[in-house]
Every structure is written in structure tokens, then in C-alpha cells.
Ligand binder design. Structure first.
Ligand code: ASP
Ligand code: MG
Length: 423
């Protein structure tokens, strides 16, 4: 018998009727398979809980915030277990801690360090359907409840699937799979039938919200196939696997697999940094000590007359106040002139393993942006990705232009967005 791990996102369990529909789908899968289910909080519950926390405290203690947020998943897991019981099947719900999801103690973005799912095994062996609250675990040393960061239920699902040696991890969402661009921006986006872990990681890191980056990293490490599909239809979705272009029958490798975008970053420019050995090291050490993840970096050529240079970098907008404060502290030591801050930016990324062997991808991309009247502020590349930072109001146009330039537009609209508020 196969072991299928299924994860249902917030929009798939948004209300009672959604939960009943998902229960039916789970019961159908149970005919012939063992099933373990991971759930997210209903609809926008997590955001609503965050709003609530903000109303009682501008800076809620991280431990208590995690305690609060994990309650969202506990609501959906219990309701789902009830709905399944109502269909005459045995279901048991478990918190992350009960399911053996052991993490470090970093509240709000804890990392899974071990999964010991003995209670889940037991439930499966007894023929039960196990329902597990996503996005949460328990800290190994403090024993406090932790959360894995927004969208973390995907990671719970993959981590449990790996620990249980499941045959597949199905991630259910409100679209039919991974698309060549966000269908909300590009209605002609196409569903990608298969994509490699590497490309999916780049897409996730560049803002494609469909899968959590860490979930894909985890799946790659354990070579666990992920099937991303809609809980609102029975269509085949997107398979995320090691080598999609080399399995016999298969598709030719596209040059570009997809266009991702991200509006969650901001840009800081450190103006007039003395062009001396070690200054950049000091700046980025300061940011690292403040636990800030830097994305793109650009250093200008220093002006000969002044011997000074500007360094710009992007970072999550949410971390920008912390970063600015940390940099202000070292201003006297480094002697830079000022700090500029811009949160009206967006990042547009072209991802595709095929670009390794095709010259001219950058030229086509930049020409498409120019034709669309979009100015490029920063550029960064990897072997299989080209990203640009543009003004926030140019993001939609840039995504659409790139999508068209690489012939990704479908003849007929394929993408259906079934639910969710996109919040
Ligand atoms: N409910 C959490 C969130 O919205 C976790 C998840 O949905 O994966 O971030
Ligand atoms: Mg959610």
C-alpha cells in the first residue's frame, strides 16, 4: 500500500463546506492508500491572528506570538478530523509537537532539526487517517512551541513525508499547479507539468508563493517527489522532481520555465562609503549580526575625485528598520555619508535550466523590459536565473513582457484561480 502525504492550504479549508469537501477527497484517497494529512489555518486566519496581536501590543513577545499563531492550524485539524469521522472513517489530529516535529528555538522562523513521528506511525498502523497541524513544532531545548515562518505548512508536509518515507507529497492549493507566471498577473500563464527541484527553488526564492523555499530544499535533500495540485479539481498538477527532462518519454527542456516576481523587498543604499579595504565587510557583518538576509548587492565604481562609492542592497522590507538602525550605529566608524531607503521596488526573475546552454537570454529579457518601458535598477544572476529590480509600478508590465518574449503565453487561458484572497 502506498503512503500518500497530502497538505491542504488555507484556501482549501477556508470554511465548513471546504473542509467537508477536503474530507471527502481524503476518504477517497484512503481507499487503497495510507494517508497522512497536513493542514494550514483556515483562510486568512493567520493574518487575522497577527492583526489581533498587533492590536494588543506593538511588539508581541515572539514566544506568545507563536503560541497564538499555532492555534490557527489546531482549529482546522480538529474540524477536518471531525468531518472525516462524520464520513465514517477514523481520523486523529495531532499538533506539530505531538507529531514529533522538533525544531530549534528561533520563534517565528524555526528550523526543523528532527522529525520523530512515532505517534503518526502508530495511527497509520491502526488504519487511522492522521491529521497534522502544519507550520509548527516544538523546540528541542526550550520545549516551547515554535512556528516555521509564513507558508511553513509545506515544509511540515515534506518533512513528515520524508520521515515516514512516503511515496509522494501532494500539496493542495487554489490553482492547478505551478504556472509559468502568476495567473493573477498573466492570464495566459501555462501550467508547468514537471519542474526540477533546482528551478523550483529559484522560483520559490524569487517570490513564487506556490511552494515554500525550504520545503523544496527539503524535498530535494530526500529526493521526495512533490505533486502540486488543486483541491478544487482532479486535474494532474505540477510534479517537482530531480530530473524532469531525462525520464524517457519526456518533454524537451524549455529555455525558460517561468517568470517569478516579488514585491516584498526594499532597497537600501549606503551613500559615500570610503573606498577602502574592509568597509564592505564591516557593513555586511553588521547586517549579518542583526540576522538580516541580504538578497542582491550592487557596488558602484568609486568616483576618482572623492575616493568614495555607493553600495546598494535589497532585503525583506520587514527587516528594513532593523537594518537602517544597525547601519546608523556604525556610521561614525565607517564614515559613509548617508542612507537611502526605497520600498517601492519589485523583483522580476526569469528561471530556467535551459538558459545554461542558450546564449542571448539576457538580451531578449532586457529588450522586452525596454519595450515595455520598464527601467532596470539592479541585476543579479545565477546559473539558471536572471533577476532584475524595477520600480514597483513596473512589476506587472515586466512580468507580462518577459512571459511574452519567451513564448510562454498559452493560446487559451488555462489558469483557473479557484479560491483564496491572495492575501
Ligand atoms: N497558516 C500559516 C500561514 O499562513 C502557515 C501556512 O499556511 O502554511 O503562513
Ligand atoms: Mg495560510
Amino acid at each position: 500500500m502506498a503512503l500518500v502525504v497530502q497538505k491542504y492550504g488555507g484556501s482549501s479549508v477556508a470554511d465548513a463546506s471546504c473542509i467537508k469537501r477536503v474530507a471527502q477527497r481524503i476518504v477517497a484517497t484512503k481507499k487503497g492508500n495510507d494517508v497522512v494529512v497536513i493542514v494550514s489555518a483556515m483562510g486568512d486566519t493567520t493574518d487575522e491572528l497577527l492583526d489581533l496581536a498587533e492590536q494588543v501590543s506593538p511588539l508581541p513577545p515572539a514566544r506568545e506570538l507563536d503560541m497564538l499563531l499555532t492555534s490557527g492550524e489546531r482549529i482546522s485539524m480538529a474540524l477536518l478530523a471531525m468531518a472525516i469521522a462524520n464520513l465514517g472513517h477514523e481520523a486523529r489530529s495531532f499538533t506539530g509537537s505531538q507529531a514529533g516535529v522538533i525544531t530549534d528555538s528561533t520563534h517565528g522562523k524555526a528550523r526543523i532539526i528532527d522529525v520523530t513521528p512515532s505517534r503518526i506511525r502508530e495511527a497509520i498502523d491502526q488504519g487511522h487517517i492522521a491529521i497534522v497541524a502544519g507550520f509548527q513544532g516544538v523546540s528541542q531545548d526550550t520545549k516551547d512551541i515554535t512556528t516555521l515562518g509564513r507558508g511553513g505548512s509545506d515544509t511540515t508536509a515534506v518533512a513528515l513525508a520524508a520521515a515516514l518515507e512516503a511515496d509522494v507529497c501532494e500539496i493542495y492549493t487554489d490553482v492547478d499547479g505551478v504556472f509559468t507566471a502568476d495567473p493573477r498577473i498573466v492570464p495566459a500563464a501555462r501550467k508547468i507539468p514537471k519542474i526540477s527541484y533546482d528551478e523550483m527553488m529559484e522560483m520559490a526564492a524569487c517570490g513564487a508563493k506556490i511552494l515554500h523555499l525550504r520545503c523544496v530544499e527539503y524535498a530535494r535533500r530526500f529526493n521526495l517527489p512533490i505533486h502540486v495540485r488543486s483541491s478544487f479539481s482532479t486535474k494532474e498538477g505540477t510534479w517537482v522532481v530531480a530530473d524532469p527532462y531525462n525520464e524517457g518519454t519526456e518533454m524537451e527542456q524549455p529555455i525558460i520555465s517561468g517568470v517569478a516576481h516579488d514585491r516584498s523587498e526594499a532597497k537600501i543604499t549606503v551613500v559615500g562609503v570610503p573606498d577602502k579595504v574592509g568597509e564592505a565587510a564591516t557593513i555586511f557583518k553588521t547586517l549579518a549580526d542583526a540576522e538580516i538576509n541580504i538578497d542582491m548587492i550592487v557596488q558602484n565604481v568609486s568616483a576618482a575625485a572623492t575616493g568614495r562609492t555607493d553600495i546598494s542592497f535589497t532585503l525583506p522590507t520587514a527587516d528594513s528598520q532593523t537594518a537602517l538602525a544597525a547601519l546608523k550605529k556604525i556610521q561614525p566608524q565607517i564614515g559613509f555619508e548617508s542612507l537611502l531607503f526605497d520600498d517601492q521596488i519589485g523583483k522580476v526573475s526569469l528561471v530556467g535550466a535551459g538558459m545554461r546552454s542558450h546564449p542571448g537570454v539576457t538580451a531578449t529579457f532586457f529588450a522586452a523590459l525596454a519595450d515595455a518601458g520598464v527601467n532596470i535598477e539592479m541585476i543579479s544572476t545565477s546559473e539558471i536565473r536572471i533577476s532584475v529590480v524595477v520600480g514597483q509600478d513596473g512589476v506587472d508590465a515586466a512580468v507580462a513582457a518577459a512571459h511574452r518574449a519567451f513564448d510562454l503565453d498559452a493560446d487559451q487561458v488555462e489558469a483557473v484561480v479557484y479560491g483564496g484572497t491572495g492575501r
